[in-house]
Write a protein that binds this ligand. Structure first.
Ligand code: UDP
Length: 477
């Protein structure tokens, strides 16, 4: 649980003069976007920056009902127009995104004005790059802003080049993007090669760049060695701060002692059940299967996954969210009865990945899951569904060498034989050893990046230096 500090307490504890810099952080209201921004807030806080997380009323009510608890990061809630049911209650992504922009722009501006009128200094607004309109709000109010990219630099570079018309996808054959090996059409994010089905989301990913030049900083949840070439290219464009991976510190450098989880779960967690089950299993014998917070699989896919796992003859822990549960085939029940499988609605993913019984991660390759696999050194079977996941799968397999991509058929469904053969490659073949060694190497490099003096630590310090410098300048003026 994130600890909170009420305004009254904050103001009382601070000296009236020489206030610390104060940053508002505004994530897109979805699990995979809130997690990295919360973690960045914790890092800033540990370095003496006052941080306020701005979230929607819906997310606030699920996660932070007791605002008067003991605390550290402050939380403020604004309306996105969907206070009761959040994103899921909107008629369509488009209707959510349009309303969020219209209602959210005003409620964000009102919040900033309210905080300022209460005597708070607000030195920067760090907004999720999916909410590009927040930058306009900051500009109108004369506040510095920073765009926070929660997806891989490689993915964002592709979006940028498509948005600016610098590349066009050939019907077949690869496309060339700075810092990446040749990218086949089907390996680009789905919004690039299949723009039609989700116009709202396509607009959102390309729109990240429309007003980016007015942002003073661009933050990205990656680390230098992971995406060195792309990062070098991005540095020429923007005042880039590469500040990841944003996992809780206890999985990385362990410098923030109480930082063991993200502190926010949009679903009910079955932690003890998972840990008890894992504790009984031999070392590296379990395949962990999870497709993040939003993916919806077809019943046929669920059946193929079930049989792929059964045919692999491994132990498996599978996260199937409550609304997906009805699609599970009956066959899975027998495996669970025999103790070889466990299905839960949600778990603490990092604890599962860090558990010594876990030997492989079948993942949809959301970027948080990707980074978590990298940091915890767990080899993956990459089974992307859509959006950036497809390109992340390429990077996991071809660039970072910590996974294998499982092929889908012409209907887009991964068949049991393909899944089983990928799992066996990692759990039982020699290929698995190479992949495991790579995974261990990346895990070490990730830890070094965020540790004292590491590349991400330095970028965070540099940001704080720049922030403080401006504050001093403003006070002098
Ligand atoms: N997650 C979790 N428990 C689960 C499944 C996922 O805590 O049972 C977390 C996971 O650790 C990650 C996030 O949910 O931080 C999912 O983010 P990701 O970018 O991987 O995928 P998305 O949900 O955005 O598709």
């Amino acid at each position: 649980m994130i600890t909170l500090l009420s305004h009254k307490q904050t103001m009382e504890q601070q000296p009236k003069t020489n206030k610390p810099p104060h940053v508002l952080l505004f994530p897109f209201p979805a699990q995979g976007h809130i997690n990295p921004i919360i973690q960045f807030a914790k890092r800033l806080l540990s370095k003496g920056v006052k941080t306020t997380l701005v979230t929607t009323i819906y997310i606030f009510n699920i996660n932070f009902p007791n605002k008067n608890n003991t605390t550290s990061i402050e939380i403020e809630a604004i309306t996105d127009g969907f206070d009761e049911g959040g994103y899921m209650s909107a008629d369509s992504p488009e209707s959510y995104l349009d309303t969020f922009k219209e209602v959210g722009s005003k409620s964000l501006a009102d919040l900033i004005k309210k905080l300022e009128s209460e005597g708070n200094n607000i030195d920067a607004l760090i907004y999720d790059s999916f909410i590009a309109w927040a930058s306009d709000v900051a500009m109108e109010l004369g506040i510095d802003s920073g765009a926070f990219f929660t997806q891989a630099c490689g993915v964002n570079t592709i979006y940028y080049h498509v948005h600016k018309g610098l590349i066009s996808l050939p019907p077949d054959g690869p496309v060339s993007v700075p810092g990446l090996p040749p990218v086949e059409r089907w390996e680009t994010p789905s919004f690039v090669h299949d723009i039609g089905p989700y116009p709202g989301w396509s607009h959102t990913v390309f729109n990240q760049f429309t007003n980016i030049d007015q942002a003073r900083w661009v933050f990205t949840n990656s680390f230098y060695l992971l995406e060195k070439e792309v990062i070098e290219w991005m540095r020429k464009m923007w005042n880039l701060k590469v500040i990841g991976p944003t996992l809780p510190s206890m999985y990385l450098d362990k410098r923030l002692e109480d930082d063991k989880d993200y502190g926010i779960n949009l679903f009910e967690v079955k932690h003890n059940e998972c840990m008890n089950w894992l504790n009984d299993k031999p070392e590296k014998s379990v395949v962990y299967v999870a497709f993040g917070s939003a993916a919806e699989l077809q019943p046929e896919e669920m059946e193929e996954i079930t049989w792929g796992l059964i045919d692999s003859d491994v132990n498996f822990l599978w996260v199937v969210r409550a609304q997906e549960e009805g699609k599970l085939p009956k066959d899975v029940t027998d495996v669970i009865k025999r103790g070889k499988g466990l299905v839960v609605a949600w778990c603490r993913q990092m604890d599962v990945l860090a558990h010594e019984s876990t030997g492989c991660f079948v993942t949809h390759c959301g970027f948080n899951s990707t980074l978590e696999a990298i940091c915890l050194g767990v080899p993956v079977v990459a089974m992307p569904q859509w959006t950036d996941q497809i390109t992340n799968a390429k990077m996991l397999d071809e660039i970072w060498g910590i996974g294998v991509r499982v092929k889908a058929d012409e209907k887009g469904i991964v068949r049991r034989g393909n899944l089983a053969s990928c799992i066996k490659k990692i759990m039982k073949d020699k290929t698995g050893v190479v992949i495991q060694n790579n995974a261990a190497k990346w895990s070490e490099l990730a830890k070094l990046a965020v540790d004292k003096g590491g590349s991400s630590d330095k970028d965070i310090n540099e940001f704080i230096y720049e922030l403080k410098h401006t504050m001093t300048h403003k006070r002098d003026v």
